[in-house]
Design a protein around this ligand. Sequence first.
Ligand code: GLN
Length: 486
Amino acid sequence: MFKKQSVSAYSKKVRAREASAEKTVTQLIDGQREPNKKLNAILEINERALQRAKEVDEGRFDKGRLTGVPILVKDNFCVAGQSATAASRILENFKPPYTAHCIQRLEDEGAIIIGKTNMDEFAMGSSNENSFFGPCRNPWNLDYVPGGSSGGSAAAVAAGLAPISVGSDTGGSIRQPASFCGVVGIKPTYGAVSRYGMIAFASSLDQAGTFGRSVADAALALEVMIDHDTRDATNVRTPFATLSTNKSLPLKGVRVGVVKEYMAADLNKELREAIEGNIETLKQQGCEIVDVSLPHTDYAIPVYYLVAASEASSNLSRYDGVRYGLRDLSSPTDEPLQDLNDFYKRTRSHGFGDEVKRRILLGTFSLSAGYFDAFYAKACQVRRLISDDFKNAYEKCDFIVGPVSTAPAFKMGEKKDDPISMYYNDILTTPASLAGLPSMSLPLGLSSERLPLGLQVIAPPFHDDKMVMFANALEELIGFTEVCNV
Ligand code: GLN
């Protein structure tokens, strides 16, 4: 139903009583059952969604920008009264009493949260295979991963289970699954969306963002989520009031940066051809193509995995079995409980999955007194160099375009037991995250195996509105209309 219709057109109809939110929500909730058995993209349906839809139809939200629009939310955002598990056993039964600020914003504008989506545990992963609730699958081909960590949110929009979903991006978790699933995914500038009520992974990198079938859809929801909130100390007032969701940037004279190091990466052949073809089209449209260099790109993976793991080890120390979440003191050998450390150890051993444990160990190590300077502090210094690379590049160009990942979606199980190769999947998304830049992914085409290929756009800080206008122009040029059938 949303395959052709934009969410703003639909919302207008709901406000004019020409469409019924109740009917739409019922159709989506009934319609997701069969495909979701195959995909495992949705973890929980919101029981109150229908009630809210009725209120929408009664006219309670007639001034909203998203009146009646059904939205799915990644399971690391708090929605009062609904589970928020972060796909971890340790939060399996956690129902937060409050709603994340950015989700509240969506609800205030009349959106209807219809459910929560699958993800990698605590947003750690690139394939959605690290979920306690089982992996999510790619709707274009069920043998392939949807990407991660926001795999459920991307797969659900691609499969038409909702027109919009919310995700989080720490090192690529919106852009990479968007590219693997053939949808639009936008991560704003760090600090644009409040992190209040979003379950923390790596606080200096975590940002909320959106998925949609079109740039305008994803941007409209993101525009609503962007708001100043004093409960997140890193949240800032953005210089733009809207995201110019329906405007296209005139392409003539736009300086488009092509990153030498990104194009030198070992790119899949079809993906490279698609990206190069797009750059050629931009040139024909009057863009100035500028070669730029981000010389510290090779350090992005080690820096990201040190910074993110360090912050995660600190953030995840709150799951101790005392205050909330799981308490599981069982021991395989029925040993009696020794002391407080043993208490913590048992719950955390049972509650966290392997990847989360790996990161806690790595992060605790790099923050420890003897190694802090050599690892964490050094990583922070190199992070600055990576940021400076972008600053230099943006003296020569307005936007950067390139691939999101080095290849389209990979097969389930292909990288699961090889963390390093899984980490290297993020080589083209982590640099912008470390620099806090707005960036997004949009569908560029399909491979010969009918797997989506994605294009990444990276903009200077707080140029989110211009990035959206540029992406609108790109979207018109690309004209991607393929849909998948699950
Ligand atoms: N794949 C990256 C990781 O595993 C990024 C995750 C994310 O952006 N949340 O950390």
